[in-house]
Write a new protein. Sequence first.
Length: 449
Amino acid sequence: MSNSHEGLPQPLTARRGKSLSGRVKLPGDKSISHRAMIFGLLSVGETMVEGLLEGDDVLRTASACRALGAKIDRLGDGHWRVHGVGIGGLRSPADVLDFGNAGTGSRLMMGVVGGHNITATFDGDASLRKRPMRRILDPLVEMGVEVVSQAEGGRCPITIKGAADPLPITYATPVASAQIKSAILLAGLNSPGRTTVIETEATRDHTEKMLSYFGATVRVTPEGHDGRRIELEGRPELKPRPIMVPRDPSSAAFPLVAALIVPGSDVLIEGVMMNPLRTGLLTTLLEMGASIEIVNPRYEGGEDVADLQVRSSTLKGVDVPAARAPSMIDEYPVLAVAASFARGETRMRGLNELRVKESDRLQAVADGLAQAGMTYAIEGDDLIVQGMNGAVPGGGTVATHLDHRIAMSFLVMGMASDKPMTVDDERMIATSFPSFVALMRNLGADFYA
Ligand code: S3P
């Protein structure tokens, strides 16, 4: 498969234009799209998927599932069929599993491979090769997985030999991470006993929800103040179920913040997933005084969804508690953009996990803010932005470090800053939101190469 970022970087610039208006239909949720492929692989028979995100990251996971034995067909726009082989039925892939930029795909699939008596090598692009994988390998080793080889510091390329009979473990995740939780549960699917994951802060629960939807026995109980205990009985027979992927709230963040900061805008964002473990940005923006009306809330495809009517707003700075981080972990770059246009200071607390995303996002955001002429500070794990009350200078070029969300965030900034904002490379946007540029232009954005 070709890389979405082979060849030369492609800079893109956003400049202030007219107000934004119209309706947007976002692509499917990235987290659920990865899991749709994986649950399809692990069920015997045909899983039909509607609304799949056809971004590079998810296509990598689909390729990996094929390499492990699934037959996967694209039937139409977002409409896919996965013919799975079931738990215990996987084969060793013939080639390296190349996950490109995809942290979620690679980490969840390490869990899948780790629970089977097969061997596979995981690799990816320069960004993925920098990301810490020991957090996944450590619990898998406890389950009986052998790490055959790894690059320095537990990084890709990594070869693992899965466990034929994964040991049932109880594991308390050291950091709030749905990827760690999911990798353990996916490995635990082929364990003869009960696998338990304890998280002190609840993270996105798509894996647990899909496990029970596909017929596994999973028990989720509260743990401590904000945490959860998830117990999975091993060796269920997963039964194929139709999946309707809801629209991605992490992608919604970009047109949402754009509509808030571009004066005179009025935008309807349709059918956004409202899973409470994903709506931290919405909570924060409402606290900042954003005009966001939650219209027509409904239940679709196993998740709460709603339309968001967004009108440009005068925002005020807020203090974002660290406890909110798991429910908006991917949204801090674009929140920093919203904070730049607000009146007063915004403090975002507890951002240490941002350092190990597709880039060191804390640094990348800070550098982008510097390019835009903003005043900001990093204090420990906190980011503090001094809002400019609508008058963000702008005018710089932002280094995106192969990070889609850095690229999209600073393009959104350029839609309302005094001078245009340039990002050094827009190609990675295709990993999560291939229609971003067209969709934003449709609303009225002025982007040019
Ligand atoms: C994801 C979990 C989060 C998030 C990522 C998607 C998932 O990562 O940042 O974009 O689908 O499980 P962590 O588990 O590392 O926080």
